[in-house]
Structure formats: structure tokens, C-alpha cells
Ligand binder design. Structure first.
Ligand SMILES: Nc1ncnc2c1ncn2[C@@H]1O[C@H](COP(=O)(O)OP(=O)(O)OP(=O)(O)O)[C@@H](O)[C@H]1O
Length: 341
């Protein structure tokens, strides 16, 4: 669906050249929700602007649905862009137009006759949950409602791809979740391909199927969301995963536990899918006669199923602790000994 081949983007400034994107290769499948995560300055915005031809790559090619976006311009590019919509962090609404007039705007530009426009606007208002607010102006809406208008407007011409540029970064956590659920619903109902950029792992966890992690212009890690959560490789990815697993907060408890129990092992277990529902801890205690003290636990849902982390202190006869570890390994649970005595 979307293919980026050897993409680099170099900006020429008065202070020299800035390589914002460096040799990125990505393939995004039709109907997928693909997330790009990175800290500020990682090159995410530059990358997403290359996808709809707002920027041209310095090297490499971008193709969307078989059409090479990086090499077209003028009318051809404008037509292609009708199928690649975008929503923004600050909504980019027209402040002098009502909700329905904002949503009708791209239909007017596309030359859709008035009657068809009205029908489509009604459909979209229903879809994004804004019934009753048709005549409101953006200044009369909450942040979440403004983004709903942004989404309706982006969907007006039935795009094939929706690009989301930090679409929930200006919203509170609860509204963020509601908007993410709306995007997930739209993806499921219409098979719309969604590419989103964010600096929040929570957003990736909640709706993305696959993720690419960007650092200093490069993609340093890429994979299915559950796999990346279970087994992050790059240090930056590990930091992002800690953002949502909350493991950092438990450092103090771990130190306390280690002080209180100078023997045994402190282990972090990461498990996904049906393994989150197995009675693993009681099994360890019964089978190997070990003591298991839970230091920290967390379970959360991703678009592809549950994901959980558990930090436990396992103590007992050395060989029993060892056998308990072997069992965990055999269950294909990610096991990481945090500190050894
Ligand atoms: N139009 C531009 N001209 C010159 N430099 C730019 C331009 N746009 C981005 N850059 C530079 O390219 C690098 C990547 O910026 P980019 O905005 O793509 O990153 P980002 O990950 O989206 O960060 P943020 O979330 O802060 O926007 C930065 O060093 C930035 O200063």
C-alpha cells in the first residue's frame, strides 16, 4: 500500500544541512494502523509530510497505492492527495465556518454537488458522534469535538490513507482514548490504512498493529506492536515501553525487596496474548516449592490482544529457583533477571 524506499530528507539552512530523515525503508500494508514513534526532532513530521507529497525526498521514492508520490506534482499530486488525508495536533479547522461547513469544505473543493454534499456531511457527523453540533463554530467545541470535526473532514472524500500528525497530543488522557477508539472503529469498519506519528507509547499500544521507532532520522526498530512490547531491542524502544509498563516506578520497591530478601532472584516477566490469563505464579509455588513475592504488575490491552508485565521476587532452594526459571522459559514468557544476588 505504502512503500518508502531509501528515503532521505536533507534541509538546507543558513547554518548548513540538516539530515531530518536518513535512509528509511518501510512498507505499510493496506488496512493497517502503523505508528511511528520518536522524541522531538527524530524526523517524524518530515517523514509523514513525505507521504502526502508536502515534502519531496532528497533521495529515494515514496509510493502510495502504486503511485509514486515523490515524482508527481501539480494537478496529478492534488488528485492523489484527495486519497491521502491528514489530521493535525491543532486541528487546523476554519474558525469562521460551522462544524458542517468545515466538513463540507473538501467536498466543495472536489466539486461535489450541493445535495450530495449535504447527505455526505450528515453521514460524517453521525459517524464521528457530533449530532446536534452541526451549527456550532470551532471556538464553541471542546478539543475532542474539534478533532472529531478534523476526522470527519479528513474522511469526506473517502480517502485510502489517513495520516495522523500527533492527533491526540493536545488532548487530555480520557479524550485521547475516545479519539483513538474512533480511529480504531473507522479502521475496522472501512479498512482504512492509518499512519500516525506520536511521542506517546500509549497511543501505539492502544491502536497500532505495527510500529517503527525513529531516532535521529533513522528507523532503529520496527515490528508488530506486541512483539516490540515483549522484546524491545534498542535502548530508546526500551524507554518507550517503560512509559506504559510503569516498570520505572517500581525501582524503589525492587531495591527495598532486594534489601529485605538478600537471596533469590528478582525477575521481570513479560507476557502476551492468552499467556496473560494463565495461573503461572500459583503453578510455580506449588510445583517448585518456591516463594514468590509480587513487586509490580501491569496488564494492558493492545490492538492485537493483552500485554502484561510482572516483576516478582522468587526465593527458595537454589535448584528450585533454577527449575522455576526453566519453566518460565519453556512457556515462552520473556524472562529478565533484574538483579542477581
Ligand atoms: N523545514 C525545515 N527546515 C529546516 N530544518 C527542518 C525543517 N523541518 C524540520 N527540520 C529539522 O529536521 C529535524 C527533524 O524534525 P521533525 O520536525 O521532522 O522531527 P519530529 O520528530 O517531527 O519532531 P517534533 O515532534 O518536535 O516536530 C529537526 O532537527 C528539525 O529542526
Amino acid at each position: 500500500m505504502i512503500e518508502l524506499k531509501n528515503i532521505s530528507k536533507i534541509y538546507k539552512t543558513n547554518n548548513g544541512e540538516i539530515a531530518a530523515v536518513k535512509d528509511v525503508n518501510l512498507t505499510i500494508e493496506k488496512g493497517e494502523i502503523f505508528g511511528v514513534i520518536g522524541y522531538s526532532g527524530a524526523g517524524k513530521s518530515s517523514l509523514i509530510r513525505l507521504l502526502n507529497g508536502l515534502e519531496k525526498p532528497s533521495t529515494g521514492s515514496v509510493s502510495v497505492n502504486g503511485q509514486e508520490i515523490s515524482s508527481i506534482s501539480g494537478k496529478q499530486l492534488r488528485n492523489a492527495r484527495q486519497k491521502i488525508s491528514m489530521i493535525f495536533q491543532h486541528f487546523n479547522l476554519l474558525w469562521s465556518r460551522t462544524v458542517e461547513e468545515n466538513i463540507a469544505f473538501p467536498l466543495e473543493i472536489a466539486g461535489v454537488p450541493k445535495q450530495n454534499r449535504d447527505t455526505r456531511v450528515k453521514e460524517l457527523i453521525e459517524l464521528v458522534g457530533l449530532k446536534g453540533r452541526e451549527k456550532s463554530y470551532p471556538s464553541q467545541l471542546s478539543g475532542g469535538q474539534k478533532q472529531r470535526v478534523g476526522i470527519a473532514r479528513a474522511l469526506a472524500n473517502n480517502p485510502e490513507v489517513l495520516l495522523c500528525d500527533e492527533a491526540t497530543s493536545a488532548l487530555d488522557p480520557e479524550t485521547t482514548d475516545q479519539i483513538l477508539e474512533l480511529l480504531l472503529d473507522i479502521n475496522k469498519r472501512f479498512g482504512l490504512t492509518i499512519v500516525l506519528i506520536t511521542h506517546e507509547m500509549h497511543v501505539i499500544r492502544k491502536i497500532c498493529h505495527r510500529v517503527a521507532v525513529m531516532e535521529a532520522g533513522q528507523v532503529v526498530e520496527e515490528g508488530k506492536v506486541l512483539q516490540v512490547f515483549q522484546n524491545p531491542q534498542a535502548p530508546i524502544t526500551k524507554n518507550f515501553v517503560i512509559q506504559v509498563s510503569g516498570a520505572k516506578e517500581s525501582k524503589e520497591s525492587m531495591e527495598q525487596i532486594l534489601q529485605n530478601y538478600p537471596t533469590g532472584k528478582l525477575v521481570k516477566l513479560t507476557f502476551v496474548g492468552s499467556k496473560t490469563e494463565q495461573p503461572i505464579i500459583s503453578h510455580l509455588i506449588k510445583e517448585f516449592n518456591v516463594e514468590v513475592n509480587i513487586v509490580h504488575g501491569n496488564i494492558s490491552q493492545t490492538a492485537n490482544g493483552p500485554y502484561g508485565t510482572l516483576i516478582v521476587h522468587v526465593d527458595g532452594e537454589i535448584q528450585n529457583v533454577q527449575k522455576a526459571m526453566e519453566l518460565l522459559d519453556s512457556l515462552e514468557i520473556q524472562t529478565e533477571v533484574i538483579e542477581n544476588d
